[in-house]
Design a binder for this molecule. Structure first.
Ligand code: AMP
Length: 123
């Protein structure tokens, strides 16, 4: 999939539209999801043009991959989620219903989160 520079997270990274920022460093930006699905729901995005985890891990420089993953950990820490626990999730492609074609890791927390997947697969 080709990267679309007009996707909404690219616009947030360029400062063209606002976000409710929780963390930023040279590798990543984190902000609250506009439609939260848990008491805490934050998105962490890498600073670079990557559609998905496969694209990112294939094409990004090692320093950015390391920096981005460190940022995910730092955000969870900063949000106070480490002791109580939290979930990270990255949707990729159609089966996962990826809506925004810029790699993002969801961080969910703030309450017990229930089963990891749809009950169709776990019954
Ligand atoms: P996904 O289905 O994994 O691509 O998730 C995309 C997420 O981006 C959804 O949870 C949306 O609520 C969220 N989202 C879309 N637009 C914005 C925005 N402008 N600011 C914050 N979150 C957004």
């Amino acid at each position: 999939m080709t990267y679309d520079p007009n996707n909404i997270f690219a616009k947030i990274l360029r400062g063209e539209i606002p976000c409710n920022k929780v963390y930023e460093d040279e590798f990543a930006l984190a902000f609250h999801d506009i439609n939260p699905q848990a008491p805490v729901h934050v998105l962490v995005i890498p600073k670079g043009d990557y559609v998905s985890m496969a694209d990112f891990t294939t094409s990004a420089p090692a320093e950015l991959i390391a920096g981005f993953m460190r940022a995910v950990g730092a955000v969870a820490e900063e949000l106070g989620l480490v002791e109580s626990g939290y979930r990270t999730l990255a949707n990729a492609g159609e089966n996962a219903h990826q809506e925004v074609p810029h790699l993002h890791i969801h961080i969910f927390g703030g309450a017990p989160l229930g089963p990891m997947l749809d009950s169709r697969f776990t019954a």
